[in-house]
Structures are given as structure tokens and as C-alpha cells.
Design a protein around this ligand. Sequence first.
Ligand SMILES: NC(=O)c1ccc[n+]([C@@H]2O[C@H](COP(=O)([O-])OP(=O)(O)OC[C@H]3O[C@@H](n4cnc5c(N)ncnc54)[C@H](OP(=O)(O)O)[C@@H]3O)[C@@H](O)[C@H]2O)c1
Length: 351
Amino acid sequence: MTDIRLALTGFGNVGKGLAILLAENEETYRRAYGVRMLLTGVADRGGAITNPEGIDPAFLLRVKETTGTVAGYPGGVPGLAGTKFLEGARAQVLVEASSTNFEDAEPGWSYIRGAIDNGMDLVLASKGALVLHWADMMRSATARGVQVRFSATVGAPLPILEMAQRVLLGSTIEVIEGIVNATSNQILSSMSEGLSYEDGVRRAQEIGIAETDPTLDVDGWDAAAKAVIIANAILGADLRLSDVARTGIRGIVRRELEEARMSGAAIKSIARITNHEGVVRAEVRPDRRPLADPLGGLRNDEMGVVFHTDPLGVMTSTARSTAGGGIVTALTVLRDLFNLANDRGWGHVPA
Ligand SMILES: NC(=O)c1ccc[n+]([C@@H]2O[C@H](COP(=O)([O-])OP(=O)(O)OC[C@H]3O[C@@H](n4cnc5c(N)ncnc54)[C@H](OP(=O)(O)O)[C@@H]3O)[C@@H](O)[C@H]2O)c1
């Protein structure tokens, strides 16, 4: 049995989701994968708790609930952050699940650099550093022999990176298109059933998939960021957020959606990445699709990706999740952790 010591930054939906999964399934994971995932450091805005012997995830969840910060855990330190936090955790892997920030990628970027300096592998849920510092991060990670996993950042739980990097090897990927933002798809679905844009946003908020301020989703920023990460990771591009032509869904009126529905089609917010003779381009925009199309038929908060490849043809993956977003994303983080453990030879994933 191998212990894998994790330093977790961010204890919101995803961080807490990870703690719930570890609290509920530790024994199952041990038996199935031959590893024990041990939280040895957890940080939020209030401070941090570090303990190389392990932190009890169930108790930490109660502490966060009652005190508002993980620093309320016995031995926790208000204000503890940065290098001192990483040193205290003595972890093998940094799980970065703090808020995404497309302006300066903080606080994630500082934690990521600190982890690379310490030779820690990275499993990322936040997108800021991937979008703003892709080349720099990958160069320094490679130089230190650090592995970087980030499947949670590109439409969790869709296996977009895994399909490209494991399944489609040997084929040329010409186009990748997807519905990678569940909130926009939910709003468009509601509007096609007759709700106004405002009511569609409200319904998405009630379901728990839209933020109070849904700007990043409805204006296409989130999908554009995912397109950048997908293009850079899969097609070897060096795109920035500003390279993605981006049109959100605010301008779509209910009548257009209803008309599309009457004629057996749907308007969807599609992220599309093309690879033409090595020139990679990305865009996010509303597009009319027949309901029989693999993306046109995706309703509510369903997501999907379609790879157009040569010579294999078309490969599709879609997801309709039954758990909440935090748990689904945390499961995708765990998937990265188990695959990392397997690739590192730390445990065993059944063949
Ligand atoms: N939710 C999803 O389904 C989903 C899916 C894919 C990717 N992601 C990404 O995963 C990350 C986490 O998402 P989430 O839904 O868990 O967000 P969230 O609920 O807003 O939680 C964000 C966490 O980051 C912490 N944080 C913010 N600034 C910090 C700082 N300076 N130092 C330490 N911690 C800090 C917050 O601390 P406090 O608790 O003290 O406020 C909070 O615990 C985000 O980057 C998001 O884009 C989320």
C-alpha cells in the first residue's frame, strides 16, 4: 500500500467534493488501486492546516462548515499560505482547486510554481495558469521531471484529453468541437422550451450550475479558456485567450431557439478548434445544429465533444452527470490522481 500525500489549495465545491469522496470511499480506493490518498495540507482564503501524518477529510468538512475556514482544524494556522504551506504539507502532489482567475492566474500560479520548485506533481482544476502561463509552466515542469494533469479543466468529466492522448494516437485530429460549458447549454435548453434569457439564467442558478454572476459562462470566456487548453495540450498550439474568436449567448432571442426547435434543430454554444496543416484556430459561438447531430441533441447540462480525425473518422463522447458539479469535478481530479499514481508506479490500476 502506497500513501500519496496531497496538498490541496481551495476548499470550495471541488475541494470539498474531493474530501467527501475520500471520506466515503477510502477503503474502496485502497483495495481497487493500491494507494491511499492522504490529505497532508489544505488551504483556503482564511489560512491552512498542514499535517504530514494526514488530515481527516470528514472532520475537516465539519470544521469548514462551522468555522468557515480550514484553519479552524486543530493545528490550523490563520493566514498560512504560499511556500510555508507547501513546506508544511510535505506532499507529493499539489491539487490546485482555488478560484480561476484569467487576469493574473493567482493564487494558483504561485502555488504551482512553488510546487514545481519542490518537484511536486500537479493535478489542476483551476484554469488560470494553464491559459496564461502554458509554455512557461510546461517548460519548468519538464525541466524538474514534474507531471501535470488537468482533465478537470476541460469539461469534466468528459475524457477529452484522454481520448486525444491515448485513444486517437496515430490519427490526425483535424477538428475538435464540443459543448464544454454546461451552464450555457442549460440556459439555451430552457429558452428553447419558452423561458426568457433571465429565467433561463435563474433556473441554471437554482440547479446550482450557474454562478451569481454568470458572465464567464454566458459570454463564452469559460469555453474559450477550455478551447485554449485543448488546443495547446492536444494540438501543440500556443494560443492565448485573445486568439479565440468569441461570441456568447446573450444576443440569442427565444424566438430563434423556438424556430430552430420547430424545424428539428437547436442552437448550441459550440467551441470549435481546427487544425489545418499545422495552423490551429479556435472559436466559440452559437451554431444551429440538427437534433440528430451528436452535439445538437445534447440537452440541459449535458456536454459533449466530437473529434474529426483522419483516417479514423469521427469519435464522440458525451456526458450526462447525475452528481453535482463539485463531486463530478472532484471525481475527474481523482481520475487524474489514480492515473498519475499508475504512471508513476505508486499503486496499481486494474488492467
Ligand atoms: N465547480 C466545478 O464544477 C468546476 C469544474 C471545473 C473546474 N472548476 C475549477 O475548479 C476551481 C474550484 O472550483 P469551485 O467550484 O470549488 O470554486 P469555489 O467553490 O468558488 O471555491 C474556490 C476555493 O478557492 C479558495 N480560494 C480563493 N482564493 C484563495 C486564496 N488566495 N488562497 C487559497 N484559497 C483561495 C476559496 O477559499 P474560501 O473557501 O475561503 O472562499 C474556495 O475554497 C476553480 O478554479 C474552477 O474554475 C470547477
